[in-house]
Unconditional design. Structure first.
Length: 299
């Protein structure tokens, strides 16, 4: 079993002019959910030959043990490079260091360094005494003390908590790269213009050369996407919203539309030369498999 650094996966793919395909999972809350993920979802998604995957870190670091366990289990059972998310929430630097040491012991080579959302999705982020205030501090700490490949999050529409505007948020992202991050994975978005404007600003104005991988969410239902976008601040284009409103009572039709929309979105992005696509598959296989299948000619 040989796990790779994701920065190497991206540079290897870029040389061959092929996109890297990756999937994101979250630790299931129940044993049944875990069984479905490992026995059905993952095997179905692996038929799409992904380059790597990632596992989220519950609100307030609530799943940290579970996250590392799941990442190492995916690597061991499926021989697929997997990245662990890591946040600054409710953690001192000693806590974070011990998570990083455990990750290393488990053969994990990749970390997505995030500030993280406040527990319960509520009030403003409160730094933990003896911890880190910004994801940039976390990136710098990991880079100084460990040998992981580090990813960070980027926000094509600006971060929901950044009042100073998109460009200030994007400058902070550049600072995270300068602190030692290797690549960026974006929050979900539905208007490619938002992504392209963001990418061009990062590369042309700020001189950032690392890969910016679009985060793609194939919509599963109207209710789900409204909930998601209200939490993360992503917007839904008017035309898409009208279509989803008309499918509000029909989840199967909304999911079929979500697949169709995501295929078109991904084709456009690949024609624009993106270096990869990262799918938020919500621990389900069907929609993501359909989308990736339709993109075969690009691979």
């Amino acid at each position: 079993m040989h796990m790779e650094y994701i920065r190497d996966i991206h540079s290897h793919k870029a040389r061959s002019k092929k996109p890297a395909i990756s999937f994101e999972f979250f630790p299931p809350k129940t044993q049944k959910g875990e069984a479905v993920l490992f026995e059905k979802t993952l095997p179905a998604l692996l038929t799409m030959r992904p380059d790597y995957c990632s596992v989220t870190y519950g609100a307030g670091g609530s799943t940290k043990g579970k996250t590392l366990e799941m990442v190492s289990r995916i690597q061991d059972e499926f021989d697929l490079t997997c990245m662990s998310h890591l946040t600054c929430v409710n953690a001192t630097r000693e806590d974070i260091n011990s998570v990083l040491c455990e990750a290393h012991e488990r053969g994990i080579k990749n970390i997505l360094a995030l500030r993280g959302d406040p527990p319960g999705g509520g009030a403003d982020f409160e730094p933990t005494a003896g911890g880190f205030t910004y994801s940039m501090d976390l990136v710098r700490f990991i880079r100084a003390n460990h040998a992981f490949s580090i990813g960070v999050a980027g926000f094509p529409e600006g971060h929901i908590a950044c009042d100073e505007g998109q460009e200030v948020d994007w400058e902070r992202l550049k600072a995270k790269i300068d602190a030692g991050a290797d690549f960026v994975i974006t929050q979900l978005f539905f208007d490619n213009e938002d992504y392209l404007r963001f990418r061009d600003h990062m590369s042309k104005k700020l001189g950032m050369e690392k890969p910016i991988i679009p985060g793609i969410l194939p919509v599963i239902s109207t209710g789900q996407i409204k909930r998601f976008t209200s939490l993360c601040g992503a917007s839904i284009p008017e035309k898409m919203m009208q279509r989803l409103q008309s499918l509000a009572e029909d989840d199967a039709a909304a999911a079929a539309f979500g697949i169709e929309y995501a295929i078109e979105q991904c084709e456009q992005l690949l024609q624009e030369g993106v270096q990869g696509l990262h799918f938020y598959c919500l621990n389900k296989a069907h929609s993501t498999v359909q989308v990736v299948k339709a993109l075969e000619r690009f691979r």
